[in-house]
Design a protein around this ligand. Structure first.
Ligand code: COA
Length: 159
């Protein structure tokens, strides 16, 4: 991936990662994150192109866990233009990323996705990922907290 590819990657990601496909708020697809991942680890950010148009991407980053000497390779974001789906674009991107991770000394490659993202889970399983761990994200609406009510009143006493 080159810096010039960033707008095309962001645009494709905006189409793929919507509130329906990525309903959790704990990680959001946005330009700033693409820039951050790219700046940190350029060599593990890959694009697939067709006639010089970006049709897929794999954005990976290196991760060191405190207390562990192992280096992890995180496949943060993987996306393929729906017009090119099931043409092994994701497989080739992930395989290339895997090779780069190995070259950098990575021992374990990690991915995560929303449990309802069946396509991605099918892809990851087929690729060889396993040992899935369930993780629960919970939320608490703070609209009725006394301080939130007070704030609302201060901002708009007429309400
Ligand atoms: C998931 C995704 C990356 C797969 O891309 P792709 O290029 O179509 O996948 P590939 O052609 O490389 O698939 C390789 C194998 O994975 C499996 N697979 C891929 N997509 C699948 C699907 N929708 N249903 C079932 N199996 C699937 C198949 O075994 C496939 O091999 P086959 O076509 O010979 O049966 C793509 O659908 C996508 O961009 N989804 C939206 C973004 C997303 O959810 N990203 C992952 C989380 S970051």
């Amino acid at each position: 991936m080159q810096v010039d590819d960033i707008p095309a990657v962001v645009e494709l990601g905006n189409m793929l990662f919507t509130a329906e496909t990525s309903p959790t708020l704990y990680r959001c697809w946005e330009e700033a994150e693409v820039l951050q991942i790219y700046t940190a680890d350029k060599e593990t950010c890959l694009v697939a192109t067709c006639h010089e148009r970006v049709i897929g991407f794999a954005l990976g980053s290196l991760l060191e866990k405190p207390g562990s000497s192992w280096l992890y390779g995180w496949l943060d974001w993987l996306g393929v233009d729906p017009a090119f789906k099931r043409k092994r674009v994701a497989k080739r991107l992930t395989r290339q990323l895997q090779e780069r991770f190995v070259e950098k000394g990575v021992r374990i490659m990690l991915v995560d996705t929303y449990e309802g993202n069946r396509n991605a889970i099918a892809f990851f399983r087929k690729f060889g990922f396993g040992q899935g761990i369930r993780h629960i994200y919970m939320s608490l609406n703070l609209d009725n907290h006394p301080k939130a009510i007070e704030r609302k009143f201060m901002n708009d006493p007429g309400d």
